[in-house]
Design a binder for this molecule. Structure first.
Ligand SMILES: [Zn+2]
Length: 550
């Protein structure tokens, strides 16, 4: 659909780049052509946005593996070029789920659905709606709960429903069937990402229309049959890994993520229109992936033999660094021998007037400051240094394993995480210069041996713009247990002051149980600056509580 727009816009940048290209060497012109070929392929609608664990991601992964092979690399995944890993896709209701009233089957989704924290169970009984007797399913109207808490800013419907179910079970309910006769909307849906404590009985929700149809007479005795079946949904994504073995002691890791947002199914896109659109991710991060493939070719042909090289195209980055995290936990080379890691994420939109290039990880080795003073190519760029080894991309996973990192990024733009991040907006010449710059750095470091590592500050979490308060933690997005696992703690922020450390799992904030990132954020939204509360967290098997001031 937006290909039409793409073609119209293509004319200007193409002419412009052609003018510059005239002055480039032949080898550079070849790289320019390759970059455009790679990015046009990876950012094509056919790949449907390369969402991790989809057919589009597979096409992209195959393409990268073929390019790695052409470059003369060796496969270094677990399954040839590929390193598969599983992404937890939440829960799903299976077709074995049934609900009938007086032998009339209710329509799943339209008339009822189980809540994600429902027990997986089969229950039958003959209750009357008005009577709440032991040994039968109970019907609970949400009206009172909603109406009385209408102006209560601390009210949490999810939490209240959990408590209500527990209370009903104590009094003998064998299932809980919620409905809502209030004028207030409850916005209840099946929340696939729910990781809260599972109830001991089936918990269903009956929609407004279905309530009017089947549950009119509150005194009538009903024949109720319930079967709830919910399973875990999973999908498999792949890192693509190639290797150059120079027989050296140390290895340089060069990485770029190749996954993107698909159609925005995971809720990480910034386009929220009614039309289904593909997020092509040309800059984010077909650009880095293209650079990765070209640098692999250059290094294979180079005379820099003092290190081995590992090239990783990561998947699952957009979900929270899943692929790089999986790699550092399941490395296919000895991580202790990694000299340093270079990450490229969004290197295709160099501004032609400012030439600003952001280089992160500057503080992760004392060697970086020396090397950046001598490297010539920097003259082309205005370099903005960021000392932190952490940030919103895959180098973070390597930094956390005490590996010096550098992160290259040409800057944020208005197409970021939108369907308009297309190949025609890439500054191919700018990207060529980024590649040449990285190549020069590797050259300068070739005979410098293994770099020393240094710890840096943590970068702020991105959520600070959406909430009036934050704890100052970096959550572990790949954590699949109940709670929010801390991946990093920012200096001087409430979490650090409360004594939280990396690896702790937050399970409660104030009165709000925390089982997932989603309800952690909901809980955060209930606090203001200056508020005092308590945070409950697990460290190993111990549960502790600490005072927090926002
Ligand atoms: Zn992204």
């Amino acid at each position: 659909m937006f290909r039409k727009i793409s073609l119209a816009l293509f004319v200007l940048p193409a002419f412009f780049q052609f003018a510059i290209a005239q002055k480039l060497k032949k080898a550079d012109k070849v790289i320019l052509i390759n970059l455009e070929t790679h990015i046009r392929f990876l950012a094509d609608d056919k790949l449907e946005g390369r969402r991790a664990g989809t057919a589009g991601e597979k096409l992209a992964g195959d393409y990268i593996s073929v390019e790695f092979q052409k470059a003369g690399l060796q496969p270094r995944g677990q399954n040839s070029w590929f390193q598969p890993f599983v992404i937890d896709d939440g829960k799903q209701i299976t077709s074995a789920t049934h609900f009938s009233i007086n032998n009339v089957e209710l329509k799943s989704d339209k008339e009822y659905f189980p809540l994600a924290f429902s027990a997986i169970k089969n229950v039958e009984g003959s209750p009357a709606m008005a009577l709440q007797e032991s040994g039968v399913p109970w019907f609970i109207d949400l009206k009172e709960m909603l109406d009385t808490n209408q102006n209560n800013p601390h009210f949490d419907l999810d939490n209240s429903m959990h408590e209500r179910v527990k209370d009903c079970v104590l009094k003998g309910a064998t299932a809980v069937i919620f409905y809502n006769t209030s004028k207030l909307d409850d916005n209840i849906s099946f929340n696939a990402k729910d990781k809260s404590e599972t109830a001991t009985v089936p918990v269903l929700y009956v929609t407004k229309e279905a309530r009017k149809k089947y549950l009119k007479d509150e005194s009538a005795s009903l024949e109720v049959k319930i079967n709830v079946d919910i399973t875990d949904k999973k999908r498999t994504a792949n890192n693509v890994i190639g290797y150059i073995d120079n027989g050296a002691a140390n290895c340089i890791v060069i990485g770029a993520h190749y996954d993107h947002l698909g159609y925005g199914e995971d809720g990480n896109g910034l386009y929220r229109g009614p039309e289904k659109m593909i997020f092509n991710g040309a800059d984010d991060n077909a650009s880095g992936t293209a650079a990765l493939m070209e640098i692999a070719k250059l290094l294979k042909q180079s005379k820099f033999k003092n290190n081995n090289y590992l090239f990783i195209a990561f998947s699952g980055e957009e979900l929270g660094l899943f692929g790089s995290k999986y790699f550092v936990e399941h490395p296919t080379i000895d991580l202790g021998k990694v000299n340093y890691m270079i990450n490229m994420d969004m290197v295709g939109r160099l501004n032609d007037s400012t030439h600003v290039l952001t280089v992160g990880g500057y503080g992760t080795s004392p060697s970086w400051s020396t090397i950046f003073q001598t490297t010539n190519e920097k003259k082309y760029f205005t370099i903005k240094f960021d000392s932190s080894g952490t940030g919103p991309s895959d180098h973070t996973s390597f930094y956390r394993k005490d590996i010096p990192v550098l992160f290259f990024f040409t800057g944020i733009h208005s197409d970021y995480h939108k369907p308009t991040d297309d190949y025609n907006k890439i500054n191919y010449t700018g990207e060529l210069y980024v590649i040449k710059y990285i190549f020069t750095l590797i050259d300068e470091l070739n005979d410098k041996g293994k770099l020393a590592f240094a710890k840096t500050r943590e970068t702020q979490t991105a959520s600070s713009t959406r909430f009036s308060v934050t704890l100052g933690i970096m959550p572990d997005y790949t954590f699949s247990g109940s709670g929010v696992r801390v991946d990093g703690v920012s200096d001087g922020r409430p979490a650090q002051k409360a004594g939280l450390k990396t690896g702790d799992v937050i399970v409660q904030l104030g009165d709000y149980p925390v089982s997932s990132l989603e309800n952690y954020m909901q809980a955060l939204s209930k606090f203001k600056k200056g508020d005092n509360t308590k945070v409950k967290y697990k460290r190993g098997n111990d549960v502790s509580e600490a005072a927090v001031q926002f």
